[in-house]
Structures are given as C-alpha cells and as structure tokens.
Design a protein around this ligand. Sequence first.
Ligand code: IVH
Length: 699
Amino acid sequence: MANTVEERIKELRKVIEKANEEYYKNNAPSLSDYEFDSLLNELISLETAHPELVSEDSPTRHVGSDLGSTKGFRQVSHRYAMLSLGNTYSIGEVGDFVQRAVRGLEGKTDFTFSCELKFDGTAICLTYRRGTLIRALTRGDGLAGDDVTRNVIHIPSIPKVLTGENIPEEFEIRGEIYMPYASFDRLNSEKIEADEQPFANPRNAASGSLKLQDSSLIATRGLECTLYHFICENNPFKTHTDALDACIGWGLPVSGHRKVCRDIKEIDDYIDYWDTERKKLSFPTDGVVIKVNELDYQKELGFTAKSPRWAVAYKFQAERALTKLLSVDYQVGRTGAITPVANLEKVLLSGTFVKRASMHNEDQIRLHDIHIGDYVYIEKGGEIIPKITGVELSKRTPDVEYIVYPTHCPICGAELVRDEDEAKSFCPNSFGCSEQIRSRMFHFTTRKAMNILAGEATINQFYEKGLARTPADFYDLTLQQLLTLDSWKEKSAKNFIASLKKSLQVPFDRVLFALGIRYVGAQTAKSLAQHFGNIDAIMAASVEELEAVGDIGKVIAQSVHEAMHNEDFKNEIERLRKAGLQLSMEKKTARSNILEGKAIVVSGVFSISRDQLKEIITDNGGTTPSSVSKKTTYLLTGENPGPEKVRKAQECNVPLLSEDEFYELIGGKPEITSIEGAKSLSADRNESGKDEITDLTLF
Ligand code: IVH
C-alpha cells in the first residue's frame, strides 16, 4: 500500500495506464468498468487537491488508446478529435451536469436534452463523401485512429452508399460497433470448440473482430452498428435529434431508443426505465448518454481536454454482491503463472451462486487492501469468472487477516519469480512442477495443436503412473502400458495410438504451437515457421533475427530465444524429431535477395504503414530489428522519426535512408493496394509488436 499521496498517485497512474493498455490493446480487461472509474476518480480528486503533483502524462489528461494494437492497419489522423465522455454512476452527478449546462448557457431556457442508450461496443468514425462510405477509423488515441475501412465494409448494417435527399457533400458520423449477445454466445462456443481462448465480453469480441486481419471473416461475426453523432462543416441541422432523424432517412443505422427530455426529472425517469428494461435487450448496453440537443448550445458549451461539456454518460452499475472472503488458493497455470483465487461465502449473483472469484495478482490484492475475513464486492460484468472489485471497509472487523502472498510454488515448492511487466509471480520450475508438466502435456494434445485423443483425466493418469512426463513420452508408449490405464480397453488404446500416428503429419507451425513456448500462440507459431522454415533455423536465430519476423516483438523474441537455448527443451525437440514429427515446412520465399544481410530499422511516418514497409524488407531478404545498434545497416526514416533512434544511429554511424532512397535501393516502389492515399501516422507507437500474448508460459 502507498503511504503518501504522491506514492498513491504514482500507484494509481501505473494501474490505470496498465488497465488502459489491457482494455484497448489486448482486448483483455483486468479491471471492471466500475473499478476503473473509481480509481480514475480517486486520481482526479488527488490531482485536484494537490496541483503540485499534476503531470501532463497522467492518464487523467488523455483518452486510452487502441492505436497499433493490431498490425496491418494504417493510422490516419481524425479530422475532428474523437473524444470520450465524462461518466458517472450517480444520478446526483447527472443533476450537477444539468446545472453546469444551465450555468454555461447563461439565462437561456429553451434547451433540451437528448437521452440515448449507451451501446457497449467499440467506437467507430465513418466518413461519407458524395453519399459513399470512404473511410472508417477507430478512435485510436483520439487524434489518429486505425483505418479499418476494409473490415467495416463487411458489416451488413453499414450502408456503403446512401440514398435520399439533401445528403451533405461530406460528413462524418460516429457510433459504436457492437456484438449482440446471440452472436457473442455463438462465437465463444466456436472458440471453445476450437480450443481457443473465448472473449471476455461482447465489447472485447466486437473490438477484436473489427481488427481481424482476414476481412472476409468479419461477415461471419454478426457485428452490428449504431450511429449517434453527426459531424459536418456548416452543419445544416438545428438539433442533434434532427441530424440523427435525417441520417435514418439516408439509410444509416441510428437507434430509436432516444428521448428528448426537458429536465432532470424526465432524465431520471428515462434512466430508471432503462436500468431494468435493458436486461431484455438482445445487445449489450452499459448506460444512458445525456446530450444537450441544440447544436448551437453544444458549440457554446464546448469541450474540456478529454470530453464535451455538452454531454455526459450515466453508467449502470454492474450487478454486484457483497460476501465474505474465507480464504485464498493459489493456482499454478500451464505457464507457471500464479493466480490467486478467492474462496467466498456462497452468494447469489445475477441468478447463479458464486463461491469462487478471481483476484488476478498480488497488486490487485494490495490495491484494494483486501484481507481474509473482509466483506468484498464481487461482480460478473460481461465476464465469465466473477472477480473481486472492492472491499466494504465499514464491515471490517479487527480479526481480519493480512494476505501473505506465497514466495514459493504451492505445488512444487520452488521459489517464485516475479515478472514486473505482468505483475505476476511465476514458478520457474517448468520441468519439475507437476502442475505445469500436466498442463503442458494437455496443451500438446489439444485440437489446435497436435489433436491427440487424450483428455485431462488421461493425462493425469499418465503422469501419476509415471508413463509420460513430457509430450515426447507419448510417442514411446506401448499398447501394454496403455492397457494399464483405468477403464482403457484395447479400442481406446488403439484409437490413441492412431491419433498419435496421425499427429506425425501435423504441419510444423502447429507443432511449434504445441510446444507451448511462452507467448507463442498459433499465429506467432505460423509466422515463425513460415519465416524460418525449420526448427534448427529457429534454434540458431538471435533475438534480433527473431524480432525481424513480421509480427514478433522483443518480448516474444526473447521468450523464443530463451526456450531454444534451454537444455530440457532441446532434448525434448531431439526426441520429437526421432519420433518423426514435422519440424520443417516450406519457407515463404523472398521476392528477391537484394536486401540479404541488411538490417534495416524503420522509424517515422511513411506513405504506407510501417508494417507494410517491414514486409517489403523481409520479402526482399532483409531483416527489421526494432532498435538501432552497431549491427544496423540503415535507419529508414519517414517524417518525425523517433529522436532516440536518430541519436543512436548517429552515435553508431548508421546511415539514414529516406523512403524514396529505399525504393531506389530495391528497384522501385512495389504496388500496394489501399483505399485512400492519406499518410500513415505510425510514428513509433507500436514497436513492441506484443500483439499476441497468450498464456502459454513454459520455458
Ligand atoms: S456520444 C463527443 N452516444 O460511449 C462524444 N457515445 O463512454 C460523443 N457510446 O465515447 C459520444 N453509446 O464510444 C455517444 N449513444 C451514445 C453512445 C456513446 C455508446 C460510447 C462512445 C463514447 C463512450 C463513452
């Protein structure tokens, strides 16, 4: 726990930045909305009370950013900043908002409020020119967003061409892409079936789907769109509602769940109504948005740095329950990651009884100052496993117990190591910890990996009877040994052996995935396999060479490098090689070898995205490390290159290369298809490449 205000501010900033990153970039929220908003409000209050501690880079000063969370999308500047909304959970604060508007509009009385449902999805900004959809951008960091036009055109409810009268020459309309519950359930069942990680909630499913690399899959995701904010130079409308009604006339999807209210009483009734009625809706909503309806008055009220003064979001409180924390268990994952799990006094939450809840990591426990014996709030939100979101301090008794976080693995006793980046403790004993060994074997057998017919119970028996301790042991099992398993008859044993035989044909990329190297999910395994062609080349690769692969950042590269130099891992590979597994595949061939042996670092803003440039480099035999060193051949610079990179290049005598010079070097600019010629705003935003972080820590 922080002891001083300054320490608490630092702690809150760190937690909020991390939560922003998890929410916007990894699509895997670690805090509930309510928790996040409470922490942000605490930070705002502390910064207001202590202006000397305010800092420009505080998360209270900028909106969270999803920029660069997925590679392959150009970043394009927003014509008008795309801000978020101030939000509150209290009707009293909605009243304050109304009062502020009244004061701001000095004596005017003829204004109204448009109250609307707040759709829980991911924000989108569409531009129509001469009635045709020309661009779709995500919010990004509010100033520039990812250009997702190629995906958005596959969402059926978004018209590509408008019909009707008086359509402005060019306008923007903003809204939300969301996933109805039915599509969400279907998608998650498919994911579970395919042994993939399901989405935590419909909002993550919507934003994850919007950024799919393969546009043709978008149409299968059942995404919907609702539009709620019309923006146009010389706006011809008097009110926000008039604008939205006209949009409906042109064929745009605008929700009918809106009401013009005159005062706080009407607003309050509208909120009350939807707080219960929303449970009957087929799509996710998380509140009500209240907007000053008259556009002139909106202009008069204007914006703060982060949000408009003419609108506010009232958020519905997710269903919560209060119950007693009895004890904490510590689970060891396949990756060795330790997760604290709360044992609770049984309580009813959203129709089901809950006895266990996730506590994430030690930081979360300390952040909320949770003790055993405390009464804790648990929430489900849209998520699958309930989590503890706070403590009711007024119910604390003197006998509560401090939670002593383990320093040693509860399974094997090895001393835990802490990964600061992930705020998690890990058991480093990958090859000696029974829990990790078992989960590793199980992962190897799953469908997306080797597709071997063995369930968790079988794996446990293999382990307990000492028949198999690593995946390579499967291939040495005999029929006689298999028949010693409880309830295994000749047929099951033969089926198992047949599936083992079949697994010898599983292509190299899936074998690589099956090995369960930390951070190497199916997609990363594919990229590595295609780039290097065989396991020996991967084993021989340096961290920099690994990083040069299209979608691989430093963290993944280091993890792969570490695994490839682990003696136990190398031994396992040799045994799998002897068993006959596919450890090579056809390499994606380079277009040319003009850049062979050349390490080119890319930095700045170019006419195409940095990822496209990197692909051109690797297609021509070069590598693209992320940082400048003495080994770098060129620093390829666009506009606004990273100053640190330029300084390092000068220090290491690395020549700078412009985009045009680069094209000259490779004999001309290759053809790249894109919708609009706008510049990519990719300045050094996502160089970590950490876009596919799976929970597969083994080595
Ligand atoms: S108006 C200038 N209306 O909720 C702000 N936003 O938490 C214009 N949202 O950023 C936004 N439903 O992404 C508006 N009916 C609605 C909305 C809505 C959902 C989203 C939007 C916004 C966020 C704020």
